[in-house]
Design a binder for this molecule. Structure first.
Ligand code: ZN
Length: 466
């Protein structure tokens, strides 16, 4: 199958140009002007007119949790429904977190995630590995996983008793990763201190979801961020801070980068567009319970500045949807029992276009960089995903920068009963979405297929990080 996308503005992280894009089977064969008239384009079966539109590399969301078990329930999107919703929003690759449960091997966790995804995902996907136990056996397994294309490992300074690792365990995993070429991902909040405050709040009768946001002080995120970056410096390993939400943490990342540390960080749309005030309104605030929590609104300007100055390299979603009408109800009377997580995989590209490009914070090239190119570079997919160039996978989005629409649970495709952005108007939307050369979304209609998505064996990213 050969497809020609004509007359669009091709937007890459390093520049934009008026050009046609020729797709041959699953890859991009050529990018250039006037391709239609050339021999090269012989045998084109389908032409897509992109006049007035952008042609961007399919976006990459490196932080999703499909079917994550949490607090006695499961995140509702499967690899089928989650990747489908992602594709409607212009995201054609996800990197999801496989989970090692306490006492089990990394292999068992990874196999379980392969089983969830294979035959179900509608777009390509990769895995990070969450480590709950660090011991001789799991340390040895890390090297095997890197060789299989699962090249990074996430550890937590939060959630004591569940995912929490102490500093010694974190440091050992970092040393191992420094040797095997992978990257360490950190959920950086001081979980021990948070639990103290949370217990005091509940004892004082402050049990509403709002107090989830109060208990997790920004300074607890700043402290843990500094600590894990310092440990990573000592181990000589790249470290990537997931879902950075607070100015306090950003300051630590910036300081580390200024001293030449291999420190990287992502933020998420919820921290740029929502705030602690959204967690008010009684139990309705449970819709917004995630960790780290939404912050006071004055943190937002700092995060935008972090994206502009590249102290934040990536915007991902931490997509982890739980229905409000049953799952979130587990936390009635005690905010500590609300399942942590928000839906978002479908909305990221449009929100970042609307708030970032239309809002005047980001150029359209920087927008493409934070949602697609930088994730590819930092997570071992450079040259394959995240770029519109000959030889790359034909994951492409014909994007209408002028289309206005309203975000709503009534029209979204995520398998969850509410939207955290309900009623918000955004400018920009994906018209046509291709995954490896195949049109999977066209003008709001689903044309994709369950099981089309393939597992991505990622390279180590070390060469791009140093
Ligand atoms: Zn997460």
């Amino acid at each position: 199958m050969r497809t020609l996308i004509t007359n669009g503005t091709v937007v890459n992280a390093d520049g934009s140009t008026q050009a046609d894009v020729l797709v041959d089977k699953e890859t991009i064969a050529a990018v250039g002007r006037g391709l239609a008239g050339l021999d090269l384009a012989a045998g084109v079966e389908r032409t897509i007119d992109a006049t007035g539109k952008y042609v961007i590399p399919g976006a990459i969301d490196v932080h999703t949790h499909m079917e994550l078990p949490f607090g006695g329930t499961f995140a509702k999107d499967t690899f089928e429904t989650g990747t489908r919703a992602a594709a409607f929003g212009g995201t054609t690759t996800i990197i999801d977190f496989a989970v090692q449960s306490k006492g089990k091997s990394l292999r068992e966790g990874l196999d379980a995630w392969h089983a969830k995804a294979e035959g179900n995902a509608t777009t390509d996907y990769g895995f990070h590995m969450i480590m709950s136990d660090v011991n001789e056996a799991t340390l040895a397994e890390m090297d095997t996983l890197v060789a299989e294309g699962v090249t990074d490992f996430k550890l937590f300074t939060a959630y004591p008793g569940v995912f929490y690792s102490d500093d010694g365990a974190i440091f050992r995993a970092m040393q191992q990763t420094a040797r095997n070429g992978g990257t360490i991902l950190m959920h950086a909040e001081n979980g021990m201190a948070i639990d103290v405050v949370a217990e005091q709040l509940v004892a004082a009768g402050k049990t509403d979801p709002y107090y989830h946001g109060v208990a997790r002080y920004p300074i607890f995120e700043g402290e843990a961020t500094n600590r894990v970056i310092r440990l990573a410096e000592a181990a000589g390993v790249p470290v990537y801070i997931v879902h950075l939400s607070a100015r306090d943490a950003l300051e630590e990342v910036r300081a580390a980068r200024d001293r030449g540390s291999m420190a990287y960080a992502e933020t998420c749309p919820q921290y740029l567009f929502l705030s602690l005030e959204d967690m008010g309104g009684g139990f309705n605030g449970a819709k917004f319970v995630c960790s780290p929590p939404l912050r006071p609104a004055d943190h937002q300007a700092d995060l935008w500045r972090g994206l502009v100055k590249d102290d934040l390299q990536v915007v991902s979603t931490d997509h982890c949807p739980f229905d409000f009408h049953d799952q979130k109800q587990l936390g009635v009377g005690d905010f500590r029992k609300v399942p942590n997580g928000l839906p978002g995989v479908e909305d990221r590209v449009d929100l970042m276009h609307d708030g970032g490009v239309v809002g005047g914070h980001l150029t359209k090239e920087r927008w493409v960089e934070v949602v697609s190119a930088a994730p590819a570079r930092l997570f071992g997919l450079a040259g394959v995903k995240g770029v519109v160039a000959a030889g790359a996978d034909a994951d492409l989005v014909v994007y209408d920068p002028a289309r206005k629409h309203k975000i709503s649970a009534k029209s979204h495709h995520m398998n969850v009963d509410y939207s955290i952005y309900e009623g918000r108007s955004v400018t920009g939307g994906s018209d046509v979405v291709l995954s490896r050369g195949r049109v999977i979304v066209e003008n709001g209609e689903w044309k994709g297929e369950r099981g089309w998505g393939r597992f991505l064996r990622r390279k180590t990213a070390r060469e791009y990080l140093t």
